[in-house]
Write a protein that binds this ligand. Structure first.
Ligand SMILES: NC(=O)c1ccc[n+]([C@@H]2O[C@H](COP(=O)([O-])OP(=O)(O)OC[C@H]3O[C@@H](n4cnc5c(N)ncnc54)[C@H](OP(=O)(O)O)[C@@H]3O)[C@@H](O)[C@H]2O)c1
Length: 362
């Protein structure tokens, strides 16, 4: 039996190809291993960032590929088609981190009622979230269109939730206005939704001209400004900046424009992929990477077992209905469709109202 894998050249992301890899026979699976058929997965700019940071943050080591190629991790669903673990039966559905492939062998460990972990040696040394699978068979919140929303947005909205919590905990560093770059991205509009609920925070979306109408239509930004007009923003009161675009020129322009009124400058993403080291003397707060696992560890300790899940669940329930209104799920099946979606996402050709759900299976 073979797996069909979609892989990309690690040093030139425009190069990509489909390859077949040999899978072990069900009978030859090691003890406690599962053979999982990857059913469907989401693909957004976040996955491109995994590729851009593949070496630095060890994403390439999770699903090894031959030569100088890499398999980009994706969030999605898989069905167990063979099991050597006594606690997991064939037919179980899992939600978690998968390769862009038709199959994955998981070395199941820490199996509980709610989930399990892949203990494969090459997957260690990364944040635990990347090796955790939720057992979601029969869970309506992970089925059908709701399931697509989970794959597309749940990991992104966790970041939105953590940044909202972090800013609020730090009283927005004295700012009452928050600017978000790549405001049309799913991570940004999830955060804008949460900030908007706070009522006393002015939320400004920075975006490209072509995505302005979409960002305005979301209803969670108080103001939308195109990148070429950011210096028209009033600069006489404190602001916080949450940067999904990772565009160094834009960041420098904003810091120079707001000067000491720039009270927080948090780096989240790299959608524009035009990042160079910051100038050492940028005015205002020093730009810092927001590191989600730090905030998770802190809140897990303070809120106790289940505390994050409970609060995140409540936030998700308030957010998910918005997706029916602003997101169109586009499904792509087979190698050609996956390649097209990958290249469109890589080259910024996916309209922001689309969410791509893909499968390499026939
Ligand atoms: N640090 C973390 O833990 C963490 C967690 C979640 C997400 N993130 C990051 O947040 C960012 C957003 O991810 P997402 O999945 O939410 O994105 P998405 O929904 O796919 O965002 C698409 C938007 O990004 C911009 N964009 C995408 N590709 C581009 C290109 N080639 N050239 C120029 N602009 C491009 C455009 O926005 P504009 O026109 O509005 O600029 C586009 O509408 C990613 O970099 C992701 O890695 C980080």
């Amino acid at each position: 039996m073979k797996s069909t894998d979609f892989i990309v050249a690690r040093d030139d992301l425009q190069q990509c190809k489909i390859v077949e890899t040999q899978l072990p026979d069900a009978a030859a699976l090691p003890d406690e291993a599962l053979l999982v058929k990857v059913d469907r997965f989401a693909f957004t700019a976040n996955n491109i960032t995994y590729a851009v940071l593949g070496d630095q943050l060890k994403y390439w080591q999770l699903f090894p590929a031959p030569d100088h190629f890499g398999n980009i991790p994706v969030w999605g669903f898989g069905d167990v088609i063979a099991s050597r673990h006594p606690g997991i039966t064939v037919g179980e559905r899992l939600f978690g981190y998968f390769p862009m492939a038709t199959h994955l062998v998981i070395e199941a460990a820490d199996v509980s009622k709610r989930g399990l972990r892949d203990a494969a040696a090459h997957r260690q040394g990364v944040a635990p979230v990347y090796n955790a699978y939720a057992r979601v068979s029969g869970d309506a919140a992970f089925a059908g269109r709701q399931g697509d929303y989970q794959a597309l947005l749940r990991p992104l909205f966790m970041l939105s939730f953590l940044v909202d919590d972090f800013l609020s905990e730090n009283e927005f560093y004295g700012a009452r206005s928050v600017m978000l770059s790549s405001a049309s991205s799913k991570t940004a509009f999830g955060l804008a939704h949460l900030l908007h609920l706070r009522k006393n925070i002015h939320v400004t979306g920075l975006t490209s001209a072509g995505n302005t109408d979409f960002v305005q239509s979301l209803g969670c930004y108080d103001e939308v400004v195109t990148y070429d007009r950011v210096t028209s923003l009033p600069s006489d009161s404190p602001v916080a900046y949450v940067d999904m675009a990772g565009n160094s020129d834009l960041r420098a322009t904003l810091h120079r424009h707001f000067g000491d009124q720039m009270k927080y400058s948090g780096r989240i993403g790299l959608t524009h992929r035009s990042s160079s080291p910051d100038e050492p003397e940028l005015p205002g707060a020093k730009p810092v990477w927001f590191f989600a696992p730090d905030q998770i560890r802190k809140r897990a300790k303070e809120w106790g077992p289940g505390g994050i899940d409970m609060r995140f669940g409540a936030a998700w329930s308030g957010f998910a209905p918005m997706l029916d209104r602003c997101l169109e799920v586009i499904e792509g099946r087979g190698g050609a469709a996956v390649k097209q979606s990958y290249l469109d996402t890589l080259n910024g050709r996916v309209p922001p109202h689309q969410g791509h759900i893909l499968s390499l299976a026939d």
